[in-house]
Design a protein around this ligand. Structure first.
Ligand code: MLT
Length: 330
């Protein structure tokens, strides 16, 4: 039976499922020094969310000749906190749970879009301070506006479905997508990301962070946005990122908020996490933010826990787990 370290939490029912199968689960968050010192070497598997960084040095201290780690479970989608080459070199399989948080991230993205164009945050803040800012907080509708989705995978498709029901026109950039998938979702697929920025007043980000997508949302592209909706309304330009920090250039969006080129910016993810109050972007009145809570719902965390427990049970009973990130290890 396996010894499994869970460093960033896991749903209690999923832990119980592993224990019923005879596995030992140790719930404990480890600081970098302990990870580098090989604290994971005595485990067969580790389950992490985004808080634990499994760098090449940490993996080398935990697997291969240094220890017994055979599987890394990423309880979530993005595996950018794991050095995949190091995992592969050390024969460690990396698995994730790609579908379990989709609906939660879709709903947070739509929540940010609606809250920003209707000033829900500033309205609440005013009320708390005894201010009735009714005349100041005039918003715009999403209906009749063009939405640009950067990346058109599961989450973007879900956002597209809701946005379309609200009356938005869908546009997307996704160089890896077949044109018919976008067409089936009533979405116009563009071959150039610039074209999406030129056409749309509302942008939502849904791609992975890579060398190719680092600062994909930058001053030049934000400068292409017109601030005028398909319905002719001067609605301003709006940006939402619930995907990964680093895709959006935070200095560029702060400059664009200050110049008025962007009317609102909503971020759930940041270039450096946890971001701190000295990040000047957070202080701008048209900035709206949440602390990387896209997958932080009761439903998503329960689904993620069960999916991860199943992957682990399959692996330790000799089956190939269904969501493998580094297939070269198999
Ligand atoms: C994910 O990649 O699954 C999300 O960003 C959630 C997280 O890391 O907490």
């Amino acid at each position: 039976m396996a010894r499994i370290a869970v460093t960033d939490g896991m749903a209690a029912a999923a832990i119980a499922m592993l224990e019923r199968e005879g596995h030992e689960v140790v719930l404990e968050h480890h600081q970098t020094d302990a990870l580098l010192g090989g604290v994971l070497a005595s485990f067969d598997a580790v389950v992490v969310r985004s808080a634990t960084k499994l760098t090449a040095a940490v993996i080398a201290a935990s697997a291969g000749e240094s220890g017994g780690l055979k599987l890394i479970g990423r309880a979530g989608v993005g595996a950018d906190n794991i050095d995949l080459s190091a995992a592969t070199e050390n024969g460690v399989l990396v698995c994730n749970t790609p579908g379990s948080s989709t609906q939660s991230v879709v709903e947070l993205t739509i929540g940010h879009l609606l809250a920003s164009v209707r000033h829900i945050g500033p309205g609440t803040q005013g009320l708390r301070q005894g201010e009735w800012r009714k005349s100041e907080l005039r918003g715009t509708e999403l209906s009749g506006k063009r939405l640009g989705l950067i990346g058109f995978g599961r989450i973007a498709q879900g956002v597209g479905r809701v946005a379309s029901a609200l009356g938005m026109e869908l546009n997307a950039y996704d160089p890896y997508l077949k044109a018919n998938v976008a067409r089936d979702h009533g979405c116009q697929l563009h071959s150039s990301v610039d074209e999406v920025f030129r056409r749309c007043t509302h942008i939502t980000v849904h791609c992975n962070l890579s060398d190719e997508t680092h600062h994909l949302v930058n001053a030049k592209r934000i400068g292409l946005m017109t601030g005028r909706g398909a319905d002719g309304i001067e609605c301003g330009n709006h940006l939402v990122n619930c995907a990964r920090g680093g895709i959006v250039d935070e200095q560029a969006v702060l400059d664009a908020l200050e110049s008025g080129q962007l009317a609102s910016v909503s971020l759930d993810v940041f270039e450096n996490e946890p971001t701190t109050a000295d990040n000047r972007l957070l202080q701008h009145h048209a900035f709206q933010g949440t602390p990387h809570i896209g997958a932080a719902t009761l439903e998503a965390q329960t689904r993620i826990g069960f999916e991860m427990a199943e992957l682990l049970i399959d692996f330790f009973s000799g089956k190939t787990p269904k969501s493998v990130v580094n297939r070269d290890v198999l």
